[in-house]
Design a protein around this ligand. Structure first.
Ligand SMILES: Nc1nc2c(ncn2[C@@H]2O[C@H](COP(=O)(O)OP(=O)(O)O)[C@@H](O)[C@H]2O)c(=O)[nH]1
Ligand SMILES: [Mg+2]
Length: 331
């Protein structure tokens, strides 16, 4: 495939060429230094056209039905006149394989719909890198005219925080049934959710479902309010479509209100600041590793610590002192 230079590619993306958008995202995802420079140019060029979408994070454990839910929710958004981009991020996919293909087959209609763009993202590697690439892919999609961005991600540990930094609104999917929905879900994940979605209600009895919903709605009031409110609990079947339209009404209403109140913009600024701080931290670590005196002293310190002749904390302060004294870094 020919590779276009960033200004060309930026123009084609804005013109709505799907192939260009796919190419651009590939650039953004690439780890090659050459591509990185081009990706940054591309993002810079498209940034003024980005930011006008609603960004939804969809999270939950594997198998809870995120991809199936996105198919139903995405189609509902399209029916309401929107253009939908889906970025499926699975940090485990580099090892487990297969799940990416799985995602697309769970979105059979969305994947081929002219008003949708579905992009499973091969990930692996550092979390910071994953979040950065997703953020950049999102910017490209927005510049291409997609006004609803759906980010699918597995809700495990730290990754959760990453989606909270990308999305304007986070939906946490749970499975209905036994009333112990809260089990196995980390408190931190609950706290970053704006809406709790009980999925697969077609498999649950009405009574069980009612009590599960009520229990959960009770439970969330014991959590600290997130973005100034307690999450609402909604029940859906992604398979039959039951409850989806009511859910779309609710989340769109929340985001419309947030946009008007300025809460959305405020949230995005806070995200931007967090990105900067993260990236600066990473940059400082890299810079430190390149420091000539530190590099020269490191192997000796390592062997001293490994052999028990020096305390690790002592070694670190000695190494940091080398940087503090202000020797020149390597060219
Ligand atoms: N009965 C039922 N099955 C569902 C529903 N949503 C998803 N599933 C099934 O749950 C399995 C996992 O779905 P998937 O969307 O791949 O989950 P993900 O790993 O969270 O993306 C698949 O077999 C789906 O068909 C639902 O609402 N009802
Ligand atoms: Mg999935």
């Amino acid at each position: 495939m020919e590779t276009r230079d960033p200004p060309d590619l930026a123009q084609a993306i804005q013109a709505g060429e799907r192939v260009a958008l796919a190419q651009g995202i590939t650039r953004v995802e690439s780890g090659r230094p050459n591509d990185r420079a081009a990706a940054e140019q591309l993002v810079q060029a498209l940034l003024p056209q980005a930011g006008r979408s609603f960004r939804y994070g969809i999270t939950g454990i594997p198998g809870v039905g995120k991809s199936t839910f996105i198919e139903a929710f995405g189609l509902d958004l399209i029916e309401r006149g929107h253009r939908v981009a889906v970025l499926a991020v699975d940090p485990s996919s580099s090892t487990s394989g297969g799940s990416i293909l799985g995602d697309k087959t769970r979105m059979p209609r969305l994947a081929v719909h002219p008003a949708a763009f579905v992009r499973p993202t091969a990930t692996g590697g550092a979390l910071g890198g994953l979040a950065r690439r997703t953020r950049e892919a999102m910017i490209l999609c927005e510049a291409a005219g997609y006004d609803r961005i759906l980010i699918e991600t597995v809700g495990v540990g730290q990754n959760e925080l990453a989606v909270d930094r990308l999305a304007d609104l986070t939906l946490l999917l749970l499975v209905s049934g036994t009333g112990d929905e809260l089990q196995g879900i980390k408190r931190g994940i609950m706290e970053t959710a704006d809406v709790l979605v009980i999925n697969k209600i077609d498999t649950a009895g009405t009574t069980a479902l009612r009590s599960a919903t009520a229990d959960l709605q009770q439970a969330v009031h014991f959590l600290p309010a997130h973005r100034g409110r307690h999450p609402k609990v909604l029940a859906v079947s992604s398979l039959t479509g039951d409850g989806i339209s009511a859910l779309t009404d609710h989340v769109e209403e929340l985001l419309n209100a947030d946009r008007i109140a300025g809460t959305m913009e405020h949230g995005r600024r806070a995200q931007a600041l967090a990105w900067m701080q993260d990236d600066l931290d990473r940059g400082l670590v890299e810079l430190g590793r390149e420091h000539a005196d530190l590099r020269a002293a490191l192997p000796r310190m390592e062997s001293l610590v490994a052999s028990g002749r020096m305390d690790p904390f002592q070694a670190v302060s000695a190494l940091l002192e080398l940087i503090r004294r202000g020797a020149e870094p390597l060219p």
